[in-house]
Design a protein around this ligand. Sequence first.
Ligand SMILES: Cc1ncc(COP(=O)(O)O)c(C=O)c1O
Length: 370
Amino acid sequence: MEFIDLKAQYAALREPINARIQKVLDHGQFIMGPEVRELEERLAAYTGSKHCITVASGTEALLIALMALDLKPGDEVITPPFTFVATAEVIVLLGAKPVFVDVEPDTCNIDPAKIEAAITPRTKAIMPVSLYGQVADMDEINAIAARHGLPVIEDAAQSFGAAYKGRMSCNLSTIGCTSFFPSKPLGCYGDGGAIFTNDDALAKAMREIRVHGQEKRYYHTRIGVGGRMDTLQCAIVLAKLDRFEWEVSRRHVVGARYTKLLGAIPGVQTPTVRPDRTSVYAQYTVQVPDRAEFVKALNARGVPTAVHYPVPLNRQPAYAHLCCPDCTPVSAQLAERVVSLPMHPDMDEATQDQIVAAVRESLQAGIPAY
Ligand SMILES: Cc1ncc(COP(=O)(O)O)c(C=O)c1O
């Protein structure tokens, strides 16, 4: 059983993907070829953003966004500790400090009620994460940011394709950043990412930063990075876009079916999706009281699992000095309880039934109900 079945996706898209790759091999413009701009136009239209800038990865997207906002050593950025490390890593790389604000226990996204107390004169941005494929409370976060004159960067690495009050993830704040890591809802076959904004000046800055801060060839107006996305990877995403709407709708169906079937099993807490938004279920993540035993029992029944994430960032050795390790108790508890089940658009009902049965048996195999 596959945790994410990229082989089934490729089987369905073999011809368009191969044709797109062949076209790039034939024209030979491997860096900044025509597919780069074509993809940027398609993604901007999809999200409704004025600008899309493709970049080398989701991490690079976050870094370039913060560089465009002119983040400086000593500045602070408010972000959750219950996320993939890249969210905070880019802040520290620029000499700034992540200020960790705890998450909600049901959605696992940053708790907007706790943000305002963390704002100081050094705060330069708020960076919520749309975790597991569900957008954070962007309206509340944007309202707080507006009161304090702060930009908001949505780390939408896991939520491309998710809707929030009828608008699309990545186009909900000052800047939205996503990832095309192969296992993401929209993935390429290597590393890739994109940045979205409606702000012309920020878009110009981010386009320049992506290519070593150059305004035109060999004229460098600012410090930048080598942060382009390869033409080949853009071509692969373009081919995958033709199936993406179908995949998103399948993600909704598979996720809702999981929630219905698992919801009937005592001892497993299914993910909460707020009624005003959708999740693309980059991960289908449940909570259980005794994860180690549960994972062992599930794996023994042939069901692969993953833990997103086992240690909050403020308890990681590289970050612990930046925040007290006990300041975010919800994140600490989630890190002990969360476990992700196989999730992909090509999952059939028989496979899902097998997983649900294995969950039921694994919980009955000695896990105390809570
Ligand atoms: C929440 C989050 N932020 C940032 C990233 C970084 O994206 P990438 O792996 O494309 O650099 C990821 C990817 O795993 C992620 O899940």
